[in-house]
Design a protein around this ligand. Structure first.
Ligand SMILES: Cc1cc2nc3c(=O)[nH]c(=O)nc-3n(C[C@H](O)[C@H](O)[C@H](O)COP(=O)(O)OP(=O)(O)OC[C@H]3O[C@@H](n4cnc5c(N)ncnc54)[C@H](O)[C@@H]3O)c2cc1C
Length: 347
């Protein structure tokens, strides 16, 4: 049995962000357990569009050293219409960021795959193959299929989608991230982001498309939900383990980093209730995004055609046309505002 003060399960962005913040706040005796290593770990963490907004970079304190491309707008393509949302951010080299965070985190990172977690008197017992850990504070940063969420919180994701990310050769100089929406990608989209070394990152939900010409491919789950119960005694879940990614834009990097920090600040105070309150109140985790996702995922071709009418260049009376579209289908007001807010606050 290994005893420690704080045990973090998962050395992804959420887990390492918590470790770095704990270090900054002078909390000692922190152990991080990670199931993957080497190329497997890097491949898993490269399977991502890697886009994060400037605001999230600033709030999460990661610095711009890991930024490999500057982004100035998101473009949503629907048929022959391009809708441009001004939103500044960057594409990051996530593997380099994780490496930098693990070297400054000061935590003891050990290899192991956590199988079970249980509460005991005044703490938690965590089991890997052949090893047991006992801790006072437990942080579940173990991603989409979190053992901590399952064992100590008892709920699962409302949305679970296998996403395919392809790195392909092409122009990586653009400062736009592109999203193509149509009934082909129900409740989702095809993304096309610049990446590094002359590559682009093109992805979609498995089964909606099939790109053949790629240099590297990874498949990983995107999960999200609206259950905002993230603290249970001295245990909390962060990042994907807490289902915090946005269901419309899939922004999960920034919220993983931020939630790790907020949880660490609660641990340093000896009280996680502030972290729970932050998650419940934040505009980033509002249930309206999920409502909008549920409306959006049902759209057929004619609804897509109608939805973009206000954004056509030929549309001289944009506001009036938008108001008319919403009057005809009131539920769409939430889709428009949630997509706009998603790009403003949640990536
Ligand atoms: C294809 C794809 C594209 C995406 N694109 C973007 C994007 O452009 N922008 C954006 O903001 N978000 C994007 N996301 C979402 C974002 O990648 C995630 O929300 C983010 O990675 C969550 O970080 P995390 O640290 O919570 O979890 P993870 O990155 O999943 O890290 C969890 C860590 O825990 C470890 N672990 C898991 N279980 C155990 C266990 N039992 N024992 C020990 N260790 C364990 C894992 O090995 C892993 O290292 C994308 C997601 C996908 C799948």
């Amino acid at each position: 049995m290994i005893d420690c003060n704080v045990l973090i399960i998962g050395s992804g962005l959420a887990g390492l962000s918590a470790a770095v913040r704990l270090r900054e706040l002078g909390v000692e005796d922190v152990v991080v357990i990670e199931r993957m290593s080497g190329t497997q770990y890097e491949h898993y963490h490269r399977t991502c569009g890697e886009a994060i907004s400037d605001k999230m970079i600033r709030l999460s304190g990661i610095g711009r050293e890991c930024a490999i491309r500057e982004i100035d707008s998101a473009v949503i393509t629907c048929g022959d219409v391009d809708i441009r949302v001004r939103s500044k951010g960057a594409i990051i080299d996530r593997v380099a960021l994780l490496r930098a965070m693990s070297s400054i985190g000061g935590a003891n990172i050990v290899r192991g795959s956590v199988r079970a977690v249980k509460e005991t008197d005044g703490g938690y017992i965590v089991e890997t193959e052949g090893q047991q850990y006992r801790c006072r504070f437990l942080v579940g940063a173990d991603g989409a299929f979190s053992v901590v969420r399952k064992n100590l919180f008892g709920y699962g994701p409302e949305v679970k989608m296998a996403a395919v990310n392809n790195l392909v050769e092409g122009d990586s100089e653009t400062s736009e991230i592109r999203f193509t929406v149509s009934p082909q990608y129900p409740g989702s989209y095809r993304w096309d982001f610049p990446s590094k070394d002359g590559l682009r990152s093109i992805g979609y939900i498995q089964g909606t498309d099939d790109l053949q010409d790629y240099s590297e491919r990874g498949i990983r789950f995107i999960v999200t939900g609206t259950n905002r119960h993230v603290v249970n005694g001295n245990c909390c879940i962060v990042g994907d383990a807490a289902l915090l990614a946005n269901p419309l834009c899939y922004g999960g990097i920034g919220v993983a980093l931020l939630s790790g920090r907020k949880a660490a600040e609660g641990i340093a105070r000896g009280d996680l209730s502030g972290y729970q309150k932050w998650v419940r109140k934040s505009i980033m985790f509002d249930p309206h995004y999920m409502k909008a996702y549920n409306t959006f995922k049902e759209w057929n071709q004619s609804e897509f055609d109608d939805a973009v009418v206000p954004f056509r260049k030929s549309s001289s009376l944009l506001l009036m046309r938008g108001a008319y579209a919403i009057l005809r289908r009131p539920k769409w007001a939430n889709v428009y505002t949630s997509i706009w807010m998603g790009f403003k606050y949640c990536w």
